[in-house]
Design a protein around this ligand. Structure first.
Ligand code: GAP
Length: 445
């Protein structure tokens, strides 16, 4: 029986077990900023590596890039962010609370009445979400730069560099993962919407006549990816942007939504950005960003199909989707049903008891597995407790060394999801775990 996961349960598990901590907690916390602890960092890295593998290693024509966070201010004029990357805000003159005008009830907005205290609201004003800073000691307009609010622009402004240096031909893609910053007004629901987060974006450059084909291809490829990540398909759906949701640069856009405890919300965006970006950067920089097809001799500005997802938001859905509770022998078992390739610890190794040389044998086995798997050695407490501690962080395999090991060099392997146990020879252990990772299928989709 699956128990409903709530945000409170997840936040508490994340703190207790070292996945995610509130930023600056000892100073009272900084709202909407989060720190990834030992297990959270490991999980985030694994998700990033998996995304990278799926988006670059499996495609001959997708290459990587790591552009800087600070860019020339003209980049953001060309991209449209200076003009359009805004939220409409209203302030209450009485209680001083600030709201996004599009997130308060319509009647309050019409009457300019505060939804909290009934006080008078200001007229909506547009607030740009980009964080500003300065390069150098003088804080004037000439030194002002912004922290990038998306990684995409770093890719567009390097289009020519990558094309010339990597000899790619259209269609081809550029992938990038990195930190971005947005001065978000509403930051709630844990790490769902934060001011600082990481994005994993891929921009696919194509001939304009092939936009529908590639748009469909990337929609399908990206939804399939979540299945490989172990996310239950019933928790995912597409949402097509309506005309008033569609960004000014998009011809068509779909979100992949996830059903969070607070409802269906965006996880990833797949956008047909047309030739907007390269045209704008051509115009603003004065540099020719067109592409010459060497066979047909046609010269054109490529269209771009973008796939864009938050890495930190993916960590959130992976944890939410994995969280489960069940009753086992009259006790609650909390278990993270993470795909083994994502689990921060792959194998837990325990001696049944510390004495009689079992601890040394278990340590030796843990050491030998470390070459291939993230391994955690634990000799503290009853064996059942040790299993539970690993269940709670999603460790898919636990190995126990007992007296029989001394006699026949076999160990018990216990599987997290089914709690079944099997006896395996020590020299077969690595292969057994490896195939368990590769062949994993989650039960109860
Ligand atoms: N380059 C396109 C772009 O940035 P977006 O829809 O603004 O599009 C893409 O962002 C993805 O980034 C979202 O689908 C979401 O996963 C993530 N994201 C956006 N804002 C976020 C925030 N404030 N906190 C965490 N993740 C965010």
């Amino acid at each position: 029986m699956e128990a409903d996961v709530t945000m409170d349960k997840l936040v508490s598990l994340c703190k207790r077990r070292g996945f995610v901590f509130q930023s600056s907690e000892i100073y009272g916390g900084l709202s909407s900023a989060w720190d990834y602890g030992p297990l959270g960092f490991e999980l985030k890295n694994r998700i990033q590596s998996f995304w990278w593998r799926e988006m670059t290693q499996l495609h001959d024509n997708i290459v990587g890039l790591d552009a800087s966070i600070l860019m020339h201010p003209r980049v953001w004029e060309a991209s449209g962010h200076v003009e359009n990357f805004t939220d409409p805000l209203v302030d209450c003159k009485r209680c001083k609370l600030r709201f996004r005008a599009d997130q308060i009830p319509e009647e309050n907005l019409e009457k300019l009445e505060c939804p909290k205290c009934g006080g008078q609201l200001t007229e909506p004003r547009n607030f740009n979400l980009m964080f500003k800073t300065h390069i150098g000691p003088v804080e004037d307009d000439g030194s002002a730069v912004v922290l990038r609010p998306e990684t995409a622009q770093g890719i567009y402004i390097n289009f020519r560099n990558v094309l010339q240096s990597s000899r790619q031909k259209i269609p081809f893609g550029i992938a990038q993962v990195g930190k971005v910053f947005r001065n978000e007004i509403t930051t709630k629901n844990f790490t769902f919407r934060t001011c600082e987060f990481e994005q994993m974006e891929m921009q696919y450059f194509i001939h304009p006549s092939e936009d529908l084909k590639w748009f469909d291809f990337w929609k399908q490829t990206r939804i399939d990816y979540y299945e490989k990540l172990g996310i239950r398909s019933g928790k995912l759906r597409f949402h097509r942007h309506s005309a008033d949701e569609l960004a000014h640069y998009c011809r068509d856009a779909y979100d992949i939504q996830y059903e969070y405890p607070f409802g269906w919300q965006e996880l990833e965006g797949i956008h047909n950005r047309t030739d907007y970006d390269l045209k704008r950067h051509s115009d603003y920089s004065g540099k020719d960003l067109s592409y010459l097809d060497e066979v047909s001799r046609e010269r054109y500005i490529p269209y771009i199909i973008e796939t864009s997802v938050g890495l930190t938001r993916t960590v959130l859905i992976v944890l939410l989707d994995a969280y489960d509770e069940e009753q086992v022998e009259g006790e609650k078992r909390v278990v993270l049903r993470l795909h083994p390739r994502l689990a921060p610890v792959t194998v837990g190794v325990f001696p049944l008891v510390k004495k009689d040389g079992l601890a040394d044998m278990a340590r030796e086995i843990a050491q030998s597995l470390k070459e291939e798997f993230t391994t955690f050695y634990d000799q503290g407490g009853a064996i059942g407790r040790r299993y539970r501690r690993q269940d709670e962080i999603g460790t898919p395999f636990c190995v126990t060394v007992d007296y029989q090991t001394k006699e026949d060099n076999t160990v018990t392997v216990r599987f997290r999801d089914s709690m079944e146990q099997t006896r395996i020879r020590v020299d077969e252990l690595a292969a057994c775990i490896d195939s368990g990772v590769k062949a994993y299928e989650r039960v109860g989709q």
